[in-house]
Design a protein around this ligand. Structure first.
Ligand code: DGJ
Length: 658
């Protein structure tokens, strides 16, 4: 429930309370985030007292000589009036100045919530979510900053976002705009981040921030395998079952930034939002800019409770559509079985072997289009390779359907190889800097999604592919990070290149939304060289994501456990693969590989055709067990316990009976 009393705003969920108040200067002071309490008349007591601007700090104004923004515990901070910590917003005004001063101007509370116009966001009915809008106006320039709070009481989750509106006659340059900022008392918090690389995603790292600041961010153009946007801030004695912890995530698939910074007055500042690195967005008069939504949850009962809040929030208020609560089919993917060396005969034999052990969905991975025999060519040419599939997608799909299995395919629509028909026709559609040598990744370039013709091409070519056969599943891949950020289209439009990264993800969302609305029955799986884009932005469109290209069961225990802190197992795709493992060469028993994959959306990715009879029997038994238990495994409550290198996972139905 959201309430306002004498300029004190209280946001209550089932078990938590979040509160802030308007100070006499018009700034917002953060008061409290923790277990549920009755703020009632104690707001004054929670407020920090300032009797003088100490030492070389700056007084906010002559009218308020004792008040220094640097010593205040804030809910929002702009650069330039004495607060030199991480700002919420940084603008360059038409006069060249960097200072802003946003002050309180009013509020609105309503049941339900508005969608963001340009970015993916959470959703809920009027019974599930309440919205608070705080309006701030800049004291000197005609700018409005709307700060939004969305309270999901049942999940103990509060989301925040903001919108900057330019009501002046002049352009304003946005250099930084965060989604949330919160100052909390004390220092020495543990900032937990999930870092890694390709095939090593979501490795938990704990940093105690006693001084200075620690930043978790990505500049890959995606949320990245280097630093996932999900982070935690906890006390040093917090464990899985006990202690205080805040979980924080961003509904954004692009360059993100989360920082934990200590201040001079025994306080810690937390910010999260778009990565300001190379970000520069020109906001014209009459226009608005939306920041992505940040998701926050507080637990007084350790990391497991925090995860459970996040899990139910993601399931109920992020994942949409037909597949939201639907049990996911057991699939067999062709990648590690055949790589690029596919043909209709080979795939059909593999599918038949899958059918015999109980597989429900057969997925043809990379290699089916253009002249795609390796990763050097054909991305962009979304027509069937007739040498490999003489009867087209439909021919193979019908055959698989006749076996009693559904059929799915792999695509990588955001990319182009220089060696492709598409590049030869539209070299200007690739993101590269004219006249400069380009730095390739996996022999490919990122398409310039800022260009509406490119977005249209992706939508139309994918529509053609998805409607050319009875396609039940699509794996949407993205295999390189951004390097030479540049849009010729934006250049022609007279816009700044600092907008490219953000406009890219915003358009990507629109493309995905159009396609999932056109094909509501297709089960989409996000993928980006494994888990390079595992985030809530993607999950607003696609109900599941491939966690990692590393299918080794031992590596996967770390990757899946890392993911489990912020994401429910119903969105984590996990496959049983061959042995020795193709990425690590490790040898593990087939039972171990299944035991680990079964905690997620279990599938298979190995050459069943060449497997021994005993192994196939074992797989058949595994699939039959998984089908009996999959509702619990995918949608149950996941509990972590861990001692040293022993991982212990428990999953239970909501009613605790299974
Ligand atoms: C990277 C993905 O993560 C793999 O699973 C596979 O689909 C390859 N791309 C195909 O090129």
């Amino acid at each position: 429930m959201i309430s306002e009393n004498k300029n004190v705003f209280t946001l209550d969920t089932k078990n938590t309370t979040y509160a802030f108040m308007v100070l006499p200067t018009g700034h917002l002071e953060h008061l409290y985030y923790g277990k549920r309490i009755n703020i009632g008349g104690c707001a004054e007591a929670l407020s920090r007292k300032q009797t003088m601007a100490v030492g070389n700090t700056v007084s906010y104004s002559g009218d308020n000589p004792a008040f220094s923004l640097e010593a205040a515990r804030l809910e929002m901070s702009s650069y330039g009036k004495g607060d030199i910590r991480e700002p919420f917003i940084e603008l360059i005004h038409a006069d060249g100045g960097f200072s802003s001063d946003f002050l309180y101007d009013g509020y609105e509370i309503r049941k339900g919530r508005d969608e963001l116009a340009t970015l993916p966001c959470s959703y809920g009915s009027e019974d599930e979510v309440e919205q608070l809008k705080i309006i701030l106006k800049d004291k000197n320039y005609r700018l409005t900053l709307e700060m939004y709070y969305y309270v999901y009481k049942d999940c103990d989750v509060i989301c925040r976002s903001c919108r900057l509106i330019n009501e002046s006659e002049a352009d304003v340059n946005i250099r930084r705009i965060m989604s949330m900022l919160m100052d909390i008392d004390g220092t020495g918090y543990v900032f937990t981040t999930f870092n890694g690389a390709w095939a090593r995603e979501m490795d938990r790292h704990d940093t105690v921030v006693t001084a200075g600041k620690h930043v978790n961010s990505s500049y890959t153009g995606t949320s990245s395998s280097r630093a996932n946007p999900f982070v935690m801030i906890s006390k040093q004695d917090t464990t899985q079952e006990q202690g205080e912890c805040i979980g924080l995530n961003l509904i954004y698939s692009g360059n993100h930034y989360e920082a934990v910074e200590t201040g001079m007055c025994d306080m810690t500042r937390i910010v999260a939002g778009i990565n300001p690195q190379s970000f520069s967005y020109m906001l014209e008069p009459g226009c608005g800019f939306e920041a992505p939504e940040a998701v926050m949850t507080y637990s007084g009962y350790g990391f497991n409770r925090m995860s459970h809040n996040m899990h139910s929030f993601v399931r109920k208020h992020i994942v949409r559509g037909k597949w939201q609560y639907k049990e996911r089919p057991v699939l067999l993917n062709s990648w590690e079985a055949a790589y690029f060396d596919i043909s209709e005969r080979k795939l059909y034999e593999l599918a038949k072997a899958g059918k015999n052990v109980g597989v429900e969905l057969f997925v043809m991975d990379d290699g089916w289009f253009g002249n795609r025999n390796d990763d050097t060519c054909s991305l962009g040419d979304w027509y069937v390779n007739k040498k490999k599939l003489p009867d087209g997608l439909k021919g193979l799909c019908d055959k698989i359907n006749r076996l009693g299995m559904s059929f799915g395919i792999w695509v990588e629509p955001e990319m182009v190889n220089v060696n492709s028909e598409l590049y030869r026709k539209h070299p200007d559609w690739a993101m590269d800097i004219p006249g400069c040598a380009h730095s390739e990744g996996r022999n490919q370039r990122v398409l310039d999604l800022c260009n509406p013709d490119v977005a249209e091409y992706i939508i139309e070519s994918m529509t053609r592919v998805f409607s050319s056969a009875n396609i039940a599943y699509v794996k949407w891949d993205m295999n390189r990070i951004f390097s030479d950020y540049y849009s010729r289209y934006l250049q022609e439009q007279g816009r700044q290149q600092g907008e490219v990264a953000h406009r890219y993800v915003a358009t990507l969302g629109k493309i995905m939304r159009t396609l999932v609305e056109r094909f509501p029955d297709i089960l989409f799986e996000g993928c980006a060289a494994g888990g390079n884009r595992f985030d809530l932005g993607i999950l607003c469109y696609f109900p599941q994501i491939w966690a990692s290209d590393n299918t080794d069961a031992v590596s996967r225990t770390y990757i899946q456990e890392g993911l489990s802190y912020g994401y429910p197992m119903s969105v984590v795709s996990a496959h049983v693969s061959a042995c020795p493992n193709h990425q690590t060469l490790r040898v593990t028993p087939l039972s171990t590989r299944f035991n680990v994959a079964a905690f997620g959306i279990c599938g298979y990715e190995c050459n069943l055709v060449d497997m021994k009879k005993e192994e196939l029997n074992e797989i058949k038994a595994q699939i039959s067990i998984y089908k009996k238990w999959r509702h619990t495994m995918q949608f149950g409550t996941f509990i972590r316990q861990r001692t040293g290198n022993i991982h212990q996972w428990t999953v239970a139905d909501a009613d605790g009976r299974r």
